[in-house]
Design a binder for this molecule. Structure first.
Ligand code: FRU
Length: 489
């Protein structure tokens, strides 16, 4: 306990010394959660406690690179304005001395519990060079956390003869009077899987079974599982590592998606369908969901990708969260849309109706680097059309969203986006009739929501400050039935 407090104090001091120097840097996002300084990866402990949303994150406070993991912490009343809080967890005990890895949060008896993986490096061959256990920390005020006496609460992986020590990322929820937990893991034959546990009190956990396994091209390790019920179906969200590209799919280093079906909670049997992706862009990993007081399922993800070049590291920070997204079920698929609360940020509305485009044009008052665009496009006779944003003609910078009608395919192209990694990502759409687009641009990110969340594409981009232009293009006339632009304040 004493060491935990001491480690937290030191980490908080370092962050507060570093943060002022970078708070105005050109690539710091204006309406997304980012670490004040240092490194961020997965969202953790996304929850609702005492009337506020809490979001924790994997954090290395001492440098903008991944290192021994702490839990950073922010909270919000509206999912839009986030308040930075002191770091909540630090490595300190023999079972978590090399990192407090990902996990979740749950309220019980008026207290907020964090459930996380303690990571320790040990000498051994790859896959056996770590020991991972599951642990608890508790808080009365939702700000200061103490690790419980009796940790770790799960210390051995079941099936040690067939499973590796990769055994992490507990997501806990309550169902009836019991608590359930899913954990990501990996077999010795390199198959990703998810384990289901139950408990009456959060301290004493019973292993039920392996509920899902990544046979076929589903990767060698499943990270950050999340199981919930939506519209009468059981949905398992997870982040498989090592899925190989197939056609236009799976071109990121790791994927995040879901399978759907029905869980038998007694046997742990889960009959489910195939994997579907949650985002078709470049930067989206380790999503975590929570159910809020209104019964809405809300998701946030890390808006970066492992082993991807991150130009902000030179300036002392790295990593960001997506905007919070509302998850709904439609046509047997998950749709994700920006939470409606984000409308609070809209300022200085610009609106055009029935605006015809033929060739390539910019539109008066439609530009910027921190904004939302919403439009409905009637593509008429055009076979190809789209838009370019963060454009600077002088330096040849642009990020392109390109629709090809015959193939029903959309491409997000960041080959000329400025610094950082390039590449293209694609998604197939059901239809391009009355195409609806909602695009969120922030200082170094873009999130595109197509047809009410049927397909979403997220990317980090690192243009210069002058790259503020927006252009529309079409190879024959198209009509913007509506175009809205708001600055996001
Ligand atoms: C996912 C992940 C988790 C792990 C954490 C460590 O991005 O690898 O499996 O708990 O990051 O920071």
């Amino acid at each position: 306990m004493v060491i935990h407090k001491k480690n937290l104090k030191k980490a908080n001091q370092v962050v507060s010394q570093l943060k002022d120097k970078i708070s105005h840097h050109q690539w710091r996002l204006k309406y997304h959660v980012m670490p004040p300084a240092g490194w961020m990866n997965d969202p953790n402990g996304f929850s609702f406690f005492n009337g506020e949303y809490h979001l924790f994150y994997q954090h290395h406070p001492f440098s903008p690179e991944w290192g021994p993991m702490y839990w950073g912490h922010v909270k919000s009343k509206d999912l839009v304005h986030w308040e930075e809080l002191p770091i909540a967890l630090a490595p300190s005990e023999n079972f978590d001395k090399d990192g407090c890895f990902s996990g979740s949060a749950i309220e019980k008896d008026g207290k907020l519990y964090l459930v996380y993986t303690g990571n320790v490096w040990v000498d051994g061959p790859l896959d056996e060079d770590l020991k991972q256990v599951q642990a608890l920390a508790v808080s009365e005020d939702g700000i200061h956390f103490e690790k419980v006496v009796g940790n770790p609460v799960i210390s051995e992986i079941p099936g040690g003869d067939i499973n590796t020590f990769h055994f992490r990322d507990p997501k806990v929820w309550k169902r009836g009077n019991s608590y359930y937990m899913v954990l990501g893991s990996k077999t010795k034959d390199n198959v990703g899987q998810v384990l289901l546990y139950s408990s009456e009190d959060l301290f004493d956990w019973q292993f039920i079974s392996v509920i899902a396994k990544g046979e076929g091209n589903l990767g060698y390790m499943w990270e950050c599982p999340d199981l919930f019920e939506l519209s009468g179906k059981d949905v398992l969200v997870m982040s498989p590592q090592g899925v190989k590209p197939e056609g236009i799919l799976y071109h990121n280093l790791h994927q995040s998606g879901y399978v759907m079906g029905e869980v038998d909670y007694k046997t742990g049997n889960f009959k489910h369908g195939p994997l579907h992706l949650l985002d078709f862009g470049f930067d989206f990993y380790a999503p975590q969901t929570m159910e809020d007081e209104q019964g809405r399922r809300i998701l946030v993800a890390w808006m970066d990708m492992w082993e991807s070049e991150m130009p902000t590291q030179k300036f002392g920070y790295a990593g960001a969260m997506t905007i919070p997204r509302l998850v709904t079920m439609k046509n047997d698929r998950l749709y994700t849309t920006p939470v409606p609360e984000l409308k609070e940020l809209r300022q200085n509305e610009v609106h055009y109706k029935d605006f015809t485009i033929d060739g390539e044009i910019s539109i008066k008052d439609v530009s910027g680097d921190c904004l939302e665009l919403e439009m409905v496009i009637d593509s008429q006779e055009a076979t190809q059309f789209g838009l370019k944003f963060r454009v600077d003609e002088a330096t040849n910078q642009e990020t392109v969203l390109h629709f090809i009608k015959q193939a029903n395919v959309v491409t997000l192209d960041r080959n000329q986006s400025g610094q950082g990694p390039g590449g293209t990502r694609q998604a197939e759409l059901k239809s391009m009739d009355n195409l609806h687009l909602q695009i969120f641009i922030d200082k170094s990110s873009v999130e595109v929501f197509i047809n009410g969340g049927e397909k979403v594409m997220s990317a980090r981009i690192f243009p210069t400050e002058q790259a503020n232009g927006i252009k529309f293009f079409a190879d024959s006339s198209i009509k913007l039935k509506h175009l809205y632009k708001w600055e996001l304040g």
